[in-house]
Write a protein that binds this ligand. Structure first.
Ligand SMILES: [Zn+2]
Ligand SMILES: [Zn+2]
Length: 177
C-alpha cells in the first residue's frame, strides 16, 4: 500500500490491513514474523507532511539470548509518525507545536510505502534480548551443551580464567624443566 500525498490531500485514509508472514521485508535475520501482522491506522496530510498514527500487532520468533532456542514474542506497538518531504520548509508555528510530540521521518517524491513504515516499527518494537524463560541456564561455554536439557561434565572442571592461564603457564614450565 502506497501512501500518496495527492490522495491524502483529498481525504484522510483509514487503514485496516493484514500482512501474512513473509510479506514484509524486515531487513534482518534476528527475528521472523510467525503470525499475521495486523495494522489499524489513519493517514492524513498535515501541511504537506504525512501524519500516520495507529497500532500494529503480531508475533515474532527470536532466539533465546542464552540458549539460542526459538522464543515467540508478542509485539504490539502504538505509533504516531510524521514524514516530511525532503524539501519541506516549516510555515506555521502552530503546526510545528502540534507535531512536536511525534517522531519525524522523511520521504522523497509522492509519498511512501506503508510496508516500509511497518517494517521499521516492528524493528523498533523487538526486545533487545529475548530469554526463553527466566531461569534459562543457557549453553555450556566449553562444550555448547544446552544446560536446560543436559548436565555436561565441564562444570566440575571449570576454573577461573586467570587461574587457567596460570595452570597453562605451570604446565609449560614443567615441560621445559
Ligand atoms: Zn533459553
Ligand atoms: Zn560442557
Amino acid at each position: 500500500m502506497f501512501l500518496d500525498v495527492h490522495e491524502l490531500a483529498i481525504h484522510r485514509l483509514p487503514i485496516r490491513k493484514s500482512y501474512s508472514p513473509g510479506s514484509l521485508d524486515f531487513r534482518t535475520t534476528e527475528f521472523k514474523q510467525v503470525e499475521t501482522l495486523a495494522v489499524r491506522a489513519t493517514a492524513e496530510l498535515v501541511d504537506g507532511q504525512i501524519h500516520i498514527f495507529g497500532n500494529l500487532h503480531t508475533r515474532l520468533e527470536l532466539n533465546c539470548a542464552r540458549c539460542l532456542e526459538p522464543v515467540i514474542e508478542e509485539v504490539s506497538r502504538d505509533f504516531d509518525l510524521v514524514y516530511r518531504p525532503v524539501t519541506w520548509v516549516p510555515r506555521e508555528e502552530d503546526v510545528q507545536l502540534r507535531l512536536e510530540e511525534t517522531e519525524i521521518g522523511f520521504f522523497e517524491g509522492d509519498g511512501l510505502f506503508l510496508a516500509d513504515i511497518l517494517a521499521e516499527q516492528v524493528n523498533l518494537a523487538v526486545p533487545m534480548k529475548a530469554i526463553c524463560r527466566s531461569d534459562c541456564r543457557g549453553l555450556c561455554p566449553h562444550c555448547g551443551a544446552n544446560l536446560n536439557y543436559e548436565q555436561c561434565s565441564c562444570e566440575a572442571r571449570t576454573v577461573d580464567p586467570r587461574l587457567a592461564s596460570l595452570e597453562r603457564f605451570k604446565l609449560e614450565w614443567f615441560k621445559k624443566h
